[in-house]
Design a protein around this ligand. Structure first.
Ligand code: CAA
Length: 257
């Protein structure tokens, strides 16, 4: 049987999706994008889902971009369809109701960087290399990079990266806010274990509420976004988690969510 294009592992509701084309440095072709879309559709309504982690197979790359060999002969219309396919899949990832984290374990270029940007946050290994090198290939980012990158790191740094095509290391990615943490490559599994423990111990409804407030609020003016926060805060008091969390504090015990 052939290897799956994306490996799926589930550890207590923390689902890890591993893009599995190591020979092509996990480059995103149409088949990988379709498989990712199918898996995300499945995960959308999964009971007990706590978080989704995205990473790349092998020790060299997270994802080295969209598949250049597959893109080379595309017409403008085919390129438009390819970009739309990726954008719809990345939107599905972004819209998952639980935290999503990119575990960037090596080259994270072009469409790979755009995939990482569609996750809520990113953690990088210290050998990770980031960039939007599309201009070196005669194109611009097509999987959301010109829009999500400036929203993550500011327009000046996004312009620097997208117009020079220069690559940056994990330390610079951390400094500009592209990633939240940098770890040695062999520390990534321990990070997953730590995250599993942290998120596993928190109230699932409040974790989802926090994500919803931040995501939906970012698209609104401050006043509307604060009103959204108030609604979601009040909604917490309609469920069991708030009573358990606050009772546990008062009774000096651990909450049982
Ligand atoms: N697409 C297709 N194949 C790729 C690829 C990509 N993006 N990146 C790497 N590969 C393949 C290589 O062709 C090579 O295949 P073969 O062994 O069959 O020759 C294999 O992966 C290993 O790559 P290298 O031999 O090049 O490895 P290296 O260590 O010498 O270099 C690298 C690593 C610097 C990442 C180099 O592979 C590279 O520059 N890759 C392309 C990076 C890039 O330009 N990404 C942006 C793509 S465009 C895009 O993503 C557009 C968009 O926004 C939608």
């Amino acid at each position: 049987m052939s290897e799956p294009l994306i490996e799926v592992a589930d550890q207590a509701g923390i689902v890890t999706l591993t893009i599995n084309r190591p020979k092509a440095l996990n480059a995103l072709n149409g088949a990988v994008l379709s498989e990712l879309d199918r898996l995300l559709d499945e995960l959308q309504g999964r009971e007990g889902l706590r978080a989704v982690l995205v990473t790349g197979a092998g020790e060299k790359a997270f994802v080295a971009g969209a598949d250049i060999a597959e893109m080379r002969d595309k017409t403008p219309e085919q390129a438009r369809r390819f970009a739309r396919q990726a954008l719809a899949t990345f939107k599905r990832l972004e819209a998952l109701p639980v935290p999503t984290v990119a575990l960037v374990n090596g080259f994270c270029l072009g469409g790979g960087c755009e995939l990482a940007l569609a996750c809520d946050w990113a953690v990088a290994s210290d050998n990770a290399i980031f960039g939007q090198p599309e201009v070196l290939l005669g194109v611009i980012p097509g999987f959301g990079g010109t829009q999500r990158l400036p929203r993550r790191v500011g327009p000046a740094m996004a312009l620097d990266l997208c117009t020079t095509g220069r690559k940056i290391d994990a330390a610079e990615a951390l400094r500009i806010g592209l990633v939240n943490r940098v770890l040695a490559q062999d520390e990534l599994p321990a990070y997953v274990a730590e995250l599993t423990k942290q998120l596993g111990g928190n109230g699932p409804a409040s974790v989802r509420g926090a994500k919803q407030a931040i995501h939906d609020g970012m698209d609104q003016d401050l006043e509307s976004a604060l009103a959204l926060e108030t609604s979601l805060f009040a909604l917490c008091f309609a469920g069991d988690e708030q009573r358990e969390g606050m009772s546990a504090f008062v009774e000096k015990r651990k909450p049982n969510f």
